[in-house]
Ligand binder design. Sequence first.
Ligand code: HEC
Ligand code: HEC
Length: 365
Amino acid sequence: MPSTTKTWPAFVASLACVFALASCKSQPAEEKAAPPAEPVAQKIAVPPAPGKFPELKIPADNPQTPEKIALGQQLFFDARLSVDGSRSCYSCHQNEHGNGGETPTAIGALDKPLTRHSPVIWNTAYFEAFYWDGRADSLEAQAKGAWGGGNMGVGADNLAKKAAEIGKIKGYKKQFKKVFPEEGATPDTIAKAISAYERTLICDDTAYDRYAGGDETALTDEQKAGWTVFMGKGQCAVCHAPPLFSSAMGVPGGLYYNVGIGTAGKPEAEVDVGRAKVSGNEADWAAFKIPSLRNVAKSAPYFHDGSVATLSEAVKIMATGGIDNKNKTALLADRGLREEELASLVAFLGALDCGGKLEQPDLPK
Ligand code: HEC
Ligand code: HEC
């Protein structure tokens, strides 16, 4: 069974929630106003904006503590974790690039070219499957994957040795003793600490959030127009449901669609098959996880292969039905948007800029 079908009930439930909100919250306060002067049909109401995030799930075996989060933050920024001392986690998830990657596809330790673009990591803790293809089922597993794999180049078999080296650094030794008194520094405890830090990277302070909270002035008129297109004619919310702007967040196993990125201009055998490699299912061929659009304006280039340089180009591709190929999802079609509607969508996405920054801590000696 394709993973998209398996999670369909959850997906429909999340959509129903969006549209229910849209219908039940419409036009408060003014119920008894006089009939409008102009015909109603000419007015498209700005849809109400849901603001409340679901509760963040914290794994029972990795509770958040301030000491653990502080330790994880140091490890996230520490290039000594990589095989050659060249890469920290932060190297590929920097503030300057919206906490996604700078280059179209990432370049790992030992300058190894990788095949995918570094995604934005704000609110990543709301996912229940990680990477563009969802191959890791927890942040902890993802951290070990990045550390042992090409990103940091340590090798899965060498993690224990590297963890022991880290554990010998005086400033770390003390902290591991306090945070993980029984285990000390191991691949598991390092992954746990990093994940605890990542669970604090919550972006809920955008202009959109202020608008959702009732501040009408938080969005410009063009952004309000863009929000209306996003929810209506553009049908973006089907996959990028507010307030998280990825319908895959909170869905066990994630949600993956083929929108055609990376399928054009190359032999089929060279296409990154994405989710299909994980699920073994042909229906997932070249399907990728729906990314959140929070911080998207700051995180060029776009898509799993970083193949699109600008946000307006990325929006245009999505609004005109993606890129045709043998497996493109039927949920994406040309929405016939005018130039100013496309421009308003781009303006609206600018209202999803996150206020926060990842803070570089002092590293232990
Ligand atoms: C060399 C660049 C590089 C380094 C170093 C790196 N990452 Fe990444 N990160 C990536 C790329 C590329 C992906 C997507 C890979 C894929 O989907 O196959 C990714 C994906 C992720 C994701 C998944 C986000 C999602 O939406 O599913 C998280 C979380 C993450 N990285 C955190 C980390 C952590 C923690 C570290 C350090 C242990 C780290 N990264 C080190 C490039 C990097
Ligand atoms: C059928 C589900 C679906 C719909 C509908 C949809 N998207 Fe997407 N969107 C995706 C997926 C999946 C990706 C990632 C594709 C990839 O990288 O291969 C994506 C990626 C994006 C990106 C790039 C984000 C990044 O970080 O690289 C932008 C921007 C975007 N979509 C905007 C929109 C807009 C605007 C609309 C409405 C016009 C829209 N999307 C409609 C599924 C969808």
